[in-house]
Ligand binder design. Structure first.
Ligand code: NAD
Ligand code: LMR
Length: 329
């Protein structure tokens, strides 16, 4: 029997990630090849014409799984009954800007959209925040949507996770699918800690396979931390196709489950696991089953990792304070 359609909201749908993401969703890459979808696309009035153009293209592509398209600049209409919300809308970081520069522009958007989701979305809506500063936007959304379960509000660090897999695969000249269990700890920013201490390639520890701890502890970490900035420098625009694809990976694994023995990285509301501060959205290793994520517990953490995990937590605590200062201005 055919499944009922799932309503998926993409905010900022006329932007460059949106343009890459909506066809992926309509093709079943996010929710599976047997899952019909209704796309809800939100953007702001100056982008209304362009948003309508995206809607026209979705119709023209004749996606069999696409059962409807709502393209609107009305946030209440956009949020109506959505089951999944991918929050991409916002002001992107430009060359030379730090994420903190975009903070004040974005936290006020996330505060307002939190209320709209709370009032109009399905009660069990699953939310993925992509727009930067992703962890702190997600935190603001959580704080101003108290009736949405906190476990349902997450942010995207899967792109960083995938970047780490990609760097190791390139270094070893192996298919990226053979590398697993890297971890991104903390913030989706240059303070993040890409950790390979528990990662394996073809069943072998990554450190054994690479045999170059200096590279893994130095250049590798820096490349992953700075990859977003490197893409901006190269394209004069921030990453889009990789961000869209990773957003699909995040939601697919959350809804359909992670593979046996594998974990992935997700920004989630910290419960204090691994002695991280609670009250922030922090990226952890997680497994997913039955539509719920669970933080992988009990991984041994050495002193070097501890220091890096604490540094990125400190940045998130600082961002939280800054976000609240922007809100009260
Ligand atoms: P973009 O500027 O091309 O698109 C953003 C869109 O959001 C625009 O169409 C804009 O009109 C719209 N928008 C602005 N305010 C809005 C609002 N209040 N409601 C709805 N829509 C609104 O930017 P992009 O390149 O698509 O990037 C989007 C965001 O994703 C940026 O914040 C960027 O920094 C972030 N990003 C995050 C990751 C990640 O891994 N977490 C990766 C890449 C980019
Ligand atoms: C990315 O990681 O590609 C984006 O978050 C862009 C950025 O602001 O670095």
């Amino acid at each position: 029997m055919a499944k009922d359609p799932v309503r998926v909201l993409v905010t900022g749908a006329a932007g460059q990630i949106g343009y890459a993401l909506v066809p992926m969703i309509a093709r079943g890459i996010m929710l599976g090849a047997d899952q019909p979808v209704i796309l809800h696309m939100l953007d702001i009035p100056p982008a209304a014409e362009s948003l309508n153009g995206v809607k026209m293209e979705l119709i023209d592509a004749a996606f069999p799984l696409l059962k409807g398209v709502v393209a609107t600049t009305d946030v209440a209409e956009a949020c109506k009954d959505v089951n999944i919300a991918v929050m991409v809308g916002g002001f992107p970081r430009k060359e030379g800007m730090e994420r903190k520069d975009v903070m004040s522009k974005n936290v006020s958007i996330y505060k307002a959209q939190a209320s709209a989701l709370e009032q109009h979305a399905a009660k069990d809506v699953k939310v993925l925040v992509v727009a930067n500063p992703a962890n702190t936007n997600a935190l603001i959304l959580k704080e101003f949507a108290p009736s949405i379960p906190e476990k349902n509000i997450t942010c995207l660090t899967r792109l960083d996770h995938n970047r780490a897999l990609g760097q190791i695969a390139e270094r070893l000249s192996v298919p990226v699918s053979t590398v697993k269990n890297v971890i991104i700890w903390g913030n989706h920013s240059s303070s993040q800690y890409p950790d390979v201490n528990h990662a394996v390639v073809g069943g072998k520890p990554v450190r054994e396979a690479v045999q170059d701890d200096a590279w893994l502890d130095g250049e590798f970490i820096k490349v992953v931390q700075q990859r977003g900035a490197a893409i901006i420098k190269a394209r004069k625009l921030s990453s889009a196709l990789s961000a869209a694809s990773s957003a699909c990976d995040h939601i697919r694994d959350w809804v359909l489950g992670t593979a046996e023995g594998s974990y992935v990285s997700m920004g989630v509301y910290s419960d204090g696991s691994y002695n991280t501060p609670s009250g922030i959205i922090y990226s952890f290793p997680v497994t997913c089953a039955n539509g719920e994520w669970t933080i992988v517990q009990g991984l041994p953490i050495d002193d070097n990792s501890r220091a890096k995990m604490d540094a990125t937590a400190d940045e998130l605590v600082e961002e939280k304070a800054l976000a609240y200062a922007c809100i009260s201005e």
